[in-house]
Design a protein around this ligand. Structure first.
Ligand code: UD1
Ligand code: CA
Length: 453
């Protein structure tokens, strides 16, 4: 059945005490509403509608890439009111699934269970039983166990308040009926709102089957109203992600001390030590080892590479069997070929480092194209910036650069060349040449040391 998916995101979220829309606050590095849109997008034949109101421009701007139909609800008057605004855009047949921008951990598998039950004469409700149902709409069933209505907390009788099965808010309703029900909603209730939940009683009256589905996991239907709940869902998501990584063959030395803020893909036998943060899209090949306290963002790490503690990698590509860190910083545009070594206190940026090349200590290598088997001595710096423009340093294969060298770009060092330690290289060095570019040492015999006056 074709499907409309409506995501409600018009609410004010005042308990967040934020200048940003509540649904743009992030869980696992991704805005809550974007998580919901991502999950919704996985359902086949889904047409997305996003209902915005408070700080709606922000929400719209942040979700443009989903090309959802943006529906404005300038003065939100309840969940039923929100659906009424979307009604003109709903497809003639098919069904409408309602989701919430502040309920970010809903799973596609649960939504699929719901859509599998959908027919033109069935309404599917996602419900859950809670020890403490306070605040939620209660699921009212008749003697045969059939759902007859949802009653909101503020409208419920004492016996209804004792019901522990509650409405998660997520429901799937056939469009042909839904249009009629939405048109018939009123706001004669304790909150003076148009309740979407009132369609349940109408469905029961119209002889539509009402079936219920439960989520696998309570966090799927947990909403965020304040930063305490946001933090709780963050921990829950991190826990789930850690379990997933371990099930896929990664060893986490402490699953409670890893943070994945985006998408982390791991090969087999990856080992991740404590307190590592992964941001954006990170791919770790088979056998990759990551030491404690590393921060990796948008990077691809080849098989069997070892990244030692306190290393930062951003927007870079690392080959196989490389050795990086401790305390290394690979900035955007770094490309390491296989077996390269980047040691402690080395910073690279827009640098290609060839196979087997080593930059082991205290260096800055920026705007550089370096060949294979190059040895870069401690303290070597590429002077890539003249104050206005950046310039390229080219280092061919098998070059040996002595310690504390300054390579003033633009400059080329040809294959097999050697640079004497302490040189400031401003001119091209030819193949197999030795370049000295420093004051010559002079030794004076029997030099009298200065004496104190
Ligand atoms: C709703 C349900 C309740 C359910 C609970 C689950 C109704 C009437 N009640 O209650 O049965 O147990 O969710 O959390 O549906 N929103 C809009 N526009 C509006 C109103 C709300 O976009 O006009 C959005 C809000 O931003 C929020 C969500 O819809 O994200 C839920 O609205 P809220 O008023 O908080 O519903 P509840 O009272 O919690
Ligand atoms: Ca409400």
């Amino acid at each position: 059945m074709t499907q409309d998916i409506v995501i409600l995101a018009a609410g004010k979220g005042s308990r967040m005490k934020s200048t940003f829309s509540k649904v743009l606050h992030k869980v696992g590095g991704i805005a809550m509403v974007r998580r919901v849109l991502m999950t919704a997008s996985t359902l086949p034949e889904a047409k997305l509608h996003l209902v915005v109101g408070h700080q709606g421009e922000q929400v719209e701007a942040n979700c443009q890439d989903f090309s959802a139909n943006i529906v404005w609800q300038h003065d939100p008057q309840g969940t039923g009111d929100a659906l009424r605004r979307v009604a003109p855009f709903l497809q003639a047949d098919g069904a409408t699934l309602t989701l919430y921008g502040d309920v970010p951990l809903i799973r596609a598998s649960t939504l699929e269970k719901m859509t599998a039950l959908s027919t033109p004469n069935t309404l599917v409700l996602l419900t859950i039983s809670l020890d403490n149902p306070t605040g939620y709409g209660r699921i009212v069933r008749d003697a045969q166990g059939k759902v007859t209505a949802i009653v909101e907390q503020k409208d419920a009788s004492p016996s209804q308040l004792a019901i522990t099965e509650v409405n998660t808010g997520i429901l799937l309703a056939p469009n042909n009926h839904l249009q009629t029900w939405l048109a018939a909603l009123t706001n004669n209730n304790a909150q003076g709102e148009y309740y979407l939940t009132d369609v349940i009683a109408m469905a029961a009256r119209d002889g539509v089957d009402i079936v219920t589905v439960n989520p696998e996991n309570a966090a799927e239907v947990a909403g965020v109203n304040d930063r305490v709940q946001l933090a709780a869902l963050e921990r829950e998501l991190q826990h789930q992600q850690a379990i997933h990584l371990m099930q896929n063959g990664a060893t986490l030395l402490d699953p409670s001390r890893i943070d994945v803020r985006g998408e982390l893909t791991t090969g087999h036998d990856v080992v991740i030590d404590v307190n590592c943060v992964f941001e954006g899209k990170v791919v770790l090949g088979n056998g990759v080892e990551i030491g404690p306290n590393c921060h990796l963002k948008d990077c691809i790490i080849g098989d069997n590479t070892v990244i030692k503690s306190h290393t930062l990698i951003d927007d870079s590509q690392v080959g196989e069997s490389c050795d990086i860190g401790p305390f290394a910083r690979l900035r955007p545009g770094t490309q390491l070929s296989n077996n390269a070594k980047i040691g402690n206190f080395v910073e690279t940026k827009k640098a290609r480092i060839g196979e087997g090349s080593k930059v082991n200590h205290l260096s800055y290598i920026g705007d550089t194209d370096m060949g294979a088997n190059v040895n870069v001595g401690a303290g070597t710096i590429t002077c890539n910036y003249d104050g206005v423009n950046k310039h390229l340093t080219q280092v061919a294969d098998n070059v040996f650069i002595g310690s504390n060298t300054s390579l003033v770009a633009p400059v080329q060092i040809a294959e097999g060349a050697t640079i004497a330690a302490g040189s400031t290289i401003t001119k091209q060095v030819g193949e197999k040449q030795l370049a000295f570019a420093r004051a010559r040492q002079t030794n004076k015999d029997n030099w009298p040391r200065p004496v104190k006056k």
